[in-house]
Design a protein around this ligand. Structure first.
Ligand code: MF3
Ligand code: CO
Length: 253
């Protein structure tokens, strides 16, 4: 069953989402050559807890850290460690925060220093594919419409769509129904209704969309070692469309 959130729940989800947004904003200036992903993780932990929230991922299925930090060919679930960022890397940072029992979830890919053209291209079009996916959201639209919009955009730009990793409902749990794939057929899948909250999260690759799981049992990377990007927002379905919960409030950038 896909839950419909009450007004009260939506306002708590908005608080949680806003904390995730602020955490991304806080981390951004630290994303530079020389910093380790563990240091970024500690900054995120301290920031989230200073806001009266808890990191959603820590302890989730045994995940050991606050953020997921996935570099270059890594797609998702990179565990923070002693690796230092280098100029020319791209890093996808996924952040979840829980506020008064409700979660927010958002991922973003960042450039470290100056990155090569094909990485810029991948980032630009993966971000755009997220907004193409979100644009179709309104009551009565189907989950397959979102996937179709993302897939069409990605294919048009010759990027690979990872099939095994999907978006999801968000609420009292970080992962709820429904699954929100980044591919699909228009007019199929669950029907969206006002008050549903979902995370849409395209994960696109420069070449092959095939992925492998590393020996740490968490990190997922591309099989052909091509780059991957990941952009995710948690949104609520509104009367006429949708509202991003993991963004700024009242025009704040
Ligand atoms: N943020 C991921 C998602 O978007 C979930 C992270 S799973 C964890 O669905 F285990 F790493 F927490
Ligand atoms: Co997610």
């Amino acid at each position: 069953m896909i839950s419909i959130k009450s007004e009260r729940e939506i306002s708590l989800l908005k608080e949680a989402g806003h904390i995730v947004y602020l955490t991304h904003k806080y981390l951004k200036p630290f994303i530079k050559a020389g910093i380790t992903t563990k240091e970024l993780d500690k900054l995120a932990y301290d920031f989230i807890t200073s806001k009266g929230a808890t990191p959603s991922f820590k302890g989730y299925n045994g995940y050991p850290a606050t953020i997921c930090a996935s570099i270059n060919q890594e797609v998702v679930h990179g565990i923070p460690g002693n690796r230092k960022l280098k100029n020319g890397d791209i890093i996808s940072i996924d952040i979840g925060a829980c506020f008064k029992g409700y979660h927010g979830d958002s991922a973003w890919t960042y450039a470290v220093g100056e990155v090569e053209e094909n990485k810029k291209y991948l980032m630009e079009h993966t971000e755009k594919s997220l907004y193409f996916g979100l644009e179709v959201i309104k009551p009565g639209a189907r989950v397959g419409d979102i996937g179709n919009a993302i897939e069409s955009y990605a294919t048009k730009h010759k990027l690979g769509v990872i099939k095994e990793l999907v978006g999801h409902g968000v609420g009292k749990n970080i992962h709820e129904e429904p699954d929100v794939p980044n591919y699909g057929i228009k007019g199929t899948g669950p029907i969206l209704k006002e008050g549903m909250v979902i995370a849409v999260e395209p994960m696109l690759t420069s070449k092959s969309p095939e992925i492998v799981l590393l020996d740490d049992d968490w990190t997922i990377e591309t099989e052909d070692y091509s780059d991957a990007a990941h952009y995710e927002h948690t949104v609520v379905v509104t009367k006429n469309g949708y509202k991003i919960l993991t963004g700024g409030k009242n025009g704040e950038e």
